[in-house]
Design a protein around this ligand. Structure first.
Ligand code: SAH
Length: 491
């Protein structure tokens, strides 16, 4: 039984500390609040109960005493409780109050610090909070006012400090903040910045002066959460803002994909894209009587080639060997063929080299290549998905190549049609929709209502022709690889 108060950082997945990540992996219950991003929630294991205490009836947060009671109740059930808060748990997050309550009730606790938005917003806007020539201190201030009154801030004292001023919870009070600074004697031309949704790919930043910033923020409809930074160091932002220079900044992309496959989304996020994910298919190994793998492996000596058409297939195949204690040396006589480099990389991870990968990464190219390589009397073992593309087997059969097509896994439809996603698709709220298989296109088509305006980035020709058949505007990647899709998007 323990409660751990954990800082989730400002939003970006990479800004969660390793310690926070580890604590989350062993949590039984996670109580999280409004400023914890979807990316961070995604790292919480499915087995943990997730309780959103940021929203309640009518969008009001759960009252603090109810949160305290919930912490107590779950801890007394002997559970490992994580109280997850945006940024750092001790920076305007009532962490102290919660610890006091736990201490009074003799509940053991620990605290994991987090990267505060106050610091991260400055870093992601290219604003050094301190600078030897311009600011020897920085000050973090809450602009939150009780009962809609003006925030109670001693501007005279603050302005005298001559450091960088960082205001949290200040969107509504931005006018009062800037006026307060000016009336306390701050130069009207003092550089100032506001950073909305800092560190995530929807981040927006606006620069101005302490006199102009309120108008700029209103004109651009800046919303909470945002950090206001006032001080000479803001003038560096124009030069040091590394984040807004990422190649795919301001692009919003829907990635329609197999559950758990995050390579494309991760690469796109790294390039600055705002990625929305739509997991729609689940890979499930065939088991029991539906799986012929065990039976066919009994006669593995009859085959000369082992053929893989996906990374998932490779891993399921080798997992089967491990689970059934089949010695990998039983495969030593086999030559290995892979449809493309990504499949080959998975094979390599098992300490095995591939003997053949076609120049073009698709089933037809693989089949034609094999036709030229397979000798008389040699038989192929094709380990792949159930109902997989027929190009490979048709071409091989027509060429008289002998093979066994052994289904070892299936792709099962598994999508959550959230209202937000459905309406975003209806509005075509994306610059691009990315598809990594033709089955992903089919899943998307179940939800979409219009296709003409959709710009579809597709892995390879098969996926592209599925998207074209719905009338989407198609951008097919040169090669059937994730990297080639990313390159297509960067063009
Ligand atoms: N404990 C948090 C602060 C909680 S107060 C921390 O250390 O960051 C909530 C305020 O934090 C918001 O009103 C906003 O000013 C700021 N904030 C939190 N996340 C933010 C983000 N991603 N971008 C900009 N401001 C953020």
């Amino acid at each position: 039984m323990k409660v751990t108060l954990v800082g989730a950082g400002p939003g970006g997945k990479g800004l969660l500390t390793l310690k926070a990540f580890e604590v989350l992996q062993t949590a039984d219950v996670v109580l999280y609040d409004r400023f914890v991003s979807e990316d961070i929630l995604a790292v919480i294991p499915d087995s943990a109960e997730k309780i959103d205490v940021g929203k309640h009836a009518g969008n009001h947060p759960v009252p603090q005493d109810e949160i305290n009671e919930l912490l107590l109740e779950k801890a007394r059930q002997g559970k490992n409780v994580v109280r997850l808060k945006g940024g750092d748990p001790f920076v305007f997050a009532r962490g102290g109050e919660e610890l006091e309550f736990l201490a009074e009730n003799n509940i053991p606790f620990e605290v994991v610090p987090g990267v505060s938005s106050a610091i991260a917003a400055a870093v992601y806007a290219g604003i050094p909070l301190t600078h030897r020539d311009y600011a020897s201190s920085f000050h973090i201030i809450t602009a939150h006012a009780k009962n809609n009154e003006k925030p109670d801030i001693d501007f005279n004292a603050l302005v005298k400090l001559n450091g960088t001023l960082v205001f949290l919870m200040g969107v509504a009070a931005i006018g009062d903040i800037c006026e307060g600074c000016i009336s306390a004697g701050m130069d009207k031309d003092m550089p100032a910045a506001i950073v909305e949704n800092a560190t995530v790919n929807s981040q927006r930043k606006f620069l101005g002066t302490v006199a102009t910033l309120p108008k700029i923020a209103r004109a651009n409809n800046v919303k909470s959460p945002a950090v206001i930074i006032i001080g000479k160091v803001c003038r560096f932002s124009a030069r040091y803002d590394w984040f807004s220079r990422k190649p795919l900044r301001n692009k919003r992309i829907l990635v329609v994909r197999v559950k758990g496959a995050s390579k494309l989304s991760d690469s796109l996020r790294e390039l600055g894209c705002d990625v929305i994910e739509m997991p729609c298919l689940r890979i499930a190994p065939l088991t029991g009587s539906g799986c012929m793998l065990g039976k066919k492996l009994e006669n593995i000596k009859d085959y000369s080639w082992l053929v893989f058409t996906s990374g998932a297939g490779v891993n399921i195949f080798f997992d089967y060997l491990i689970e059934n204690e089949i010695d990998i040396r039983e495969l030593s006589h086999l030559k290995i063929a892979c449809v493309g480099v990504e499949t080959k990389k998975e094979v390599n991870k098992h300490g095995i080299k591939a003997d053949y990968v076609p120049a073009e990464y698709n089933g037809a190219a693989l089949a034609y290549g094999l036709t030229g390589l397979v000798k008389n009397g040699e038989k192929l073992f094709i380990a792949r998905a159930k109902d997989a593309d027929k190009d490979l087997t048709h071409i091989l059969a027509n060429a008289g190549v002998v093979f066994d097509d052994v289904p070892i896994y299936e792709k099962i439809r598994d999508m959550k049609k959230t209202d937000t996603l459905v309406s975003a698709i209806a509005r075509n709220d994306f610059d691009f929709v990315a598809f990594t298989s033709s089955s992903a296109v089919e899943c998307f088509a179940e939800i979409a209502t219009q296709f003409g305006k959709i710009k579809a980035v597709c892995i390879g020709e098969k996926t592209a022709s599925a998207a074209r058949s719905y009338g989407m505007e198609v951008y097919a990647s040169k090669e059937a690889t994730i990297m080639s899709m990313v390159e297509k998007l960067c063009l």
